[in-house]
Design a protein around this ligand. Structure first.
Ligand SMILES: [Zn+2]
Ligand SMILES: [Zn+2]
Length: 303
């Protein structure tokens, strides 16, 4: 299954010319998922040739402006492009009201339907599923309600080994084998062991997006063993007390979370505007977790 990530924004709240505020774009099969939508995100979609018609779902982590001020502009543009397909927006309490009031006073009548789904940022739960993936919330600690999102591909079916397949199986029984279940005799004993007639499915791909947060170990259980983790790293660790005051993390702390959660790869972002040269952040995060990278705008990853 195609599962690709494009980085659209890597900055934090104070604007800098070299970095846009947070936005990531996931393309899973034909569907586009936007995670956060800082100011200027629609320009970034254009720059990196991501077709807004593909965009189906938007996930907003929290209501600090650097994570959603681009949303009303993007919605307005989709409308100007005569979008008719529904759009689903997931975000904390207040977001639906803010967007609705902006639309109301701009006199905009949308050609398409907006669905708002309010997130409970205090608990981890399955927020969304479709035929390809599930999305689980990751409660975070920040100055306002905030949660991250874990995108996980649904488990793959086992593959049938045609050569060993008995020819008396019904379609229902083949489905059971593909789901990794045995076919039983009437007395409950195993008639066909799925391990003999199928090969194991490949591991599901997963991407965890941890937005603005204090260093918060309870997320480790939720994101354990994910392929790919994004974690904010606003500061270097010499500003750990500043990170604590503002409910943010340092590069070192992001690396510690990645190591403890045994993730495949770590990407850090949300860099403070004070850092012109980001290489010390990379050096610091790699001292904790080697397979780390700095998020850069336009970066593309196949997960
Ligand atoms: Zn932020
Ligand atoms: Zn924030």
């Amino acid at each position: 299954m195609s599962f690709n990530l494009t980085i659209l924004g890597t900055g934090s709240a104070t604007p800098v010319l070299t970095r846009n505020p947070t936005a990531h774009f996931l393309q899973i099969e034909q569907d586009g998922y936007l995670i956060d939508c800082g100011e200027g995100t629609q320009n970034q979609l254009l720059r990196y040739k991501l077709r807004p018609t593909r965009l189906k779902y938007i996930f907003i982590t929290h209501l600090h402006g650097d994570h959603y001020f681009g949303l009303i502009g993007l919605i307005s543009t989709l409308n100007m492009h005569r979008r008719v397909d529904d759009l689903w927006i997931f975000g904390p309490k207040g977001l639906a009201e803010i967007i609705t009031i902006q639309l109301k006073y701009s006199g905009a009548w949308l050609n398409f339907k907006l669905h708002f789904i309010e997130t409970d940022t205090k608990n981890s739960y399955q927020l969304f599923e479709n035929e390809h993936i599930t999305v689980t919330t990751i409660p975070l600690i920040h100055r306002v309600e905030c949660c991250g999102f874990l995108f996980r591909e649904k488990p793959h079916k086992h593959k049938i080994i045609k050569e060993t397949m008995p020819n008396d199986l019904t379609i229902e029984q083949i489905k059971l084998l593909k789901d990794g279940k045995n076919i039983l005799n009437e007395d409950g004993s195993i008639k066909y062991d799925y391990r003999i007639y199928t090969t194991p499915s490949s591991k599901s791909k997963s991407y965890a997006f941890c937005s603005d947060t204090l260093y918060h170990e309870p997320i480790i259980d939720i994101i354990k063993n994910v392929n790919f983790l994004y974690h904010e790293a606003t500061f270097l660790n010499d500003l750990e007390s500043r990170a604590f005051q503002t409910n943010h993390s340092t590069a070192k702390q992001a690396g510690q979370i990645a190591r403890k959660a045994n993730v495949g790869k770590l990407l850090i972002g949300h860099f403070s505007s004070r850092y012109k040269d980001l290489s010390p952040l990379l050096e610091e995060v790699r001292s904790e977790f080697m397979n780390s990278e700095l998020a850069e705008e336009g970066m593309f990853f196949e997960i």
